[in-house]
Write a protein that binds this ligand. Structure first.
Ligand SMILES: O=C(O)CCC(=O)C(=O)O
Ligand SMILES: [Fe+2]
Length: 292
């Protein structure tokens, strides 16, 4: 019997797994060029859906500091870059997501698609965090939040070598130790991420993807002189009902409801989008739970 753990087993145990080759060779040049154009627009201040230096979570101040570490909503029809939705709905990616979620393609829900880039004039870092559990959570609250069955996958796909992300393997299932808590309860980013007990640096070669549970304890460090263009996205599994609503619908996604966006999608993309819109309708009316 083959005892090599499957991708899903590694993902479930460690909270992350690296998979190469999810960008079809024929799409690579197109995606690189699309990234170059949206990065240039963002740095020029022409695309204001961006993550700005100094701010870790949304809402991002889109008016003042122009130095950006991320481009938001790359599938937005106003960017006119079909390569992003084409890749998001491509076979290799959809099959990998369905494998990790152990679901059928018909369960997959379209969610967020952003781009992580190097700021140009600042070194910047994110403090240690879990995306959907507050740093002030008690051990009991952490246990409860982490025991909920996870119905989404998030990933980073590097176009160029990327060593910005640090994770603590296995921490997606475990409350923080006192030492880990001390290092992640602070609002400031770490001087040296490797001081976090259990931390490993995730080094991606061009074309590699790390899928990770976004409640794994993680942080990011960004160097202005190291080129970064890393596709950063997530997908959900509709069998989770509205469990992902808070995390996903806080991002100002009204544009996803518009015909202009639908028109850019292939039938698979439209079906995935329809599942997101159904989730939004199912939680409609709750503050912070709308695409608007
Ligand atoms: O830059 C990265 O790879 C991680 C980003 C991140 O943790 C976040 O946006 O919450
Ligand atoms: Fe994060």
């Amino acid at each position: 019997m083959d005892s090599t753990p499957s991708l899903k087993e590694r993902y479930a145990k460690d909270g992350f797994v690296i998979i190469p080759g999810l960008i079809p060779a024929e799409d690579r040049t197109e995606l690189e060029a699309a990234c170059e154009r949206v990065i240039a627009k963002t740095r020029a201040g022409l695309w204001t859906h961006r993550r700005v230096v100094g701010k870790q979570f949304p809402p991002y101040d889109t008016e003042t500091n122009p130095d950006s570490w991320g481009v938001q909503h790359v599938m937005h029809p106003d960017l006119h870059e079909p390569a992003f939705a084409k890749w998001y709905t491509s076979d290799p990616l959809v099959h990998a997501a369905a494998e990790l979620l152990e679901c059928e393609e018909g369960d997959l829900q379209m969610e967020l698609f952003n781009l992580l880039i190097n700021p140009l004039s600042h070194e910047f870092a994110l403090r240690w965090h879990r995306d959907d559990v507050k740093e002030t959570a008690s051990e009991e609250e952490e246990r409860a939040a982490l025991s909920v069955w996870d119905h989404g996958v998030q990933w980073n796909t590097a176009l160029y070598q990327d060593s910005c992300l640090y994770v603590v393997p296995g921490s997606h299932k475990l409350p923080r130790t006192p030492e880990q808590r001390a290092q992640s309860a602070t609002q400031s980013p770490p001087d040296d991420p490797s001081e976090m007990p259990g931390a490993v640096q995730v080094v991606l070669q061009p074309g590699e993807t790390v899928f990770y549970n976004n409640n794994i304890l993680h942080c990011g460090t960004y160097k202005s002189h190291e080129r970064r263009a890393t596709l950063h996205a997530c997908m959900g599994d509709t069998r989770g009902g509205s469990t992902r609503a808070r995390n996903i619908l806080q991002h100002g996604l009204r544009w996803m409801k518009e015909d202009a966006f639908r028109a850019t999608l292939n039938p698979r993309g439209n079906a995935m989008l329809e599942r997101l819109l159904a989730m939004e309708r199912s939680v409609g009316g709750h503050v912070g739970y709308s695409l608007d």
